[in-house]
Design a binder for this molecule. Structure first.
Ligand code: CAA
Length: 285
């Protein structure tokens, strides 16, 4: 299988800019595709800020930071932005129709050998792959926030994914300094099938008055050695994202154990989405 040197990342949000960061740092030529220059500038600023943090911690040299930034080009057009891609990674909002439209466009413009990967946290890889003419070259590449820090990449096989493509992506993740772990396509894959019920249960504890939010997080941090309690983590992920993923689990399995807590639904309806709106279970700067 051909070498992966040119990587196109579609979407420069929290996950997309992190993915561009780690690929460019490991030596790939990255094209970051955004819809507006202002969004692209914001993504590049975030990458620079996170690289500066790594320089300050003496994890990389100033010259490596510069090299990384030099390897990132921006494109405001998905078609031309994937024209030389060996790998296309999609990190646009978690809306099936939006992702489908993106993949249809890039399928027309990307080289035939290019592998397509989605960073979706729960949408079916098998279903997304069918928006393209290359379901055998389509895989899930699920990164975790903050991408430069978190070691895991969950690699998801769609029903038609060629096992050689999966092997190639597993090996590639290794070159990023990540640990890649395979899973088969199923609602929520492994990570969110296990994580989201824990977060949902913590929200039920607040809803039922079992304990205060701070105390629930305190118990889980100290008792389970989690770096963040489940409610702080829910704010960090975004309460709207948590609700979307729980909905995928609930719809996918038709099992009431995945029923989103009514408090979560109410908070999302009220626009309390966590870090990104400044208020969730906790308030944030
Ligand atoms: N880029 C680069 N480095 C970063 C960073 C970023 N965006 N954010 C933090 N860091 C680095 C810091 O420089 C620091 O480095 P050192 O260890 O060398 O000092 C390290 O990460 C820890 O950061 P801080 O000291 O600032 O803060 P912290 O100790 O509180 O850690 C945290 C912050 C890494 C986010 C930690 O709290 C943590 O691991 N939380 C859990 C995160 C998690 O579970 N993420 C997964 C969410 S689920 C998901 O993403 C997928 C999904 O589908 C929903």
């Amino acid at each position: 299988m051909s070498n992966i040197q040119n990587v196109s990342v579609i979407g420069g949000g929290t996950m997309g800019n992190g993915i561009a960061h780690v690929f460019a740092l490991s030596g790939s030529d990255v094209t970051l595709i955004e819809t507006k220059q202002a969004y692209a500038d914001r993504a590049l600023n975030t990458i620079e800020k996170n690289l500066n943090r790594m320089v300050k911690k003496e994890k990389i040299k100033e010259s490596e930071k510069k090299g990384t930034l030099d390897r990132i080009a921006v494109s405001l057009d998905a078609g031309s932005g994937v024209a030389n891609a060996d790998l296309v990674i999609e990190a646009v909002p978690e809306i099936f129709e939006v992702k489908k439209k993106v993949f249809k466009t890039v399928d027309e413009h990307a080289p035939k050998h290019a592998i397509f990967a989605s960073n979706t946290s729960s949408i079916s890889i098998t279903k997304l792959a069918e928006s393209t003419d290359r379901p055998d070259r389509f895989v899930g590449m699920h990164f975790f926030n903050p991408v430069p820090v978190m070691k895991l990449v969950e690699v998801i096989n769609g029903l038609k994914t060629d096992p050689d493509v999966t092997e190639h992506i597993l090996a590639l993740a290794d070159t990023l300094g990540k640990v890649a772990v395979p899973a088969n396509d199923s609602p929520g894959f492994v990570s969110n099938r296990v994580l989201m019920p824990m977060i949902n249960e913590a929200i039920f504890c607040v809803y039922e008055g079992v304990a205060e939010a701070e105390d629930i997080d305190h118990i889980m941090k100290l008792g389970m050695a989690h770096p963040m309690g489940p409610l702080r983590l829910a704010d960090f992920i975004g309460l709207d994202i948590c609700l979307d993923i729980l909905q995928v689990l609930y719809d996918g399995f038709k099992d009431p154990k995945y029923r989103p807590c009514p408090l979560l639904v109410k908070m999302v309806d009220a626009g309390k989405l966590g870090d990104k709106t400044g208020e969730g279970f906790f308030t944030h700067d």
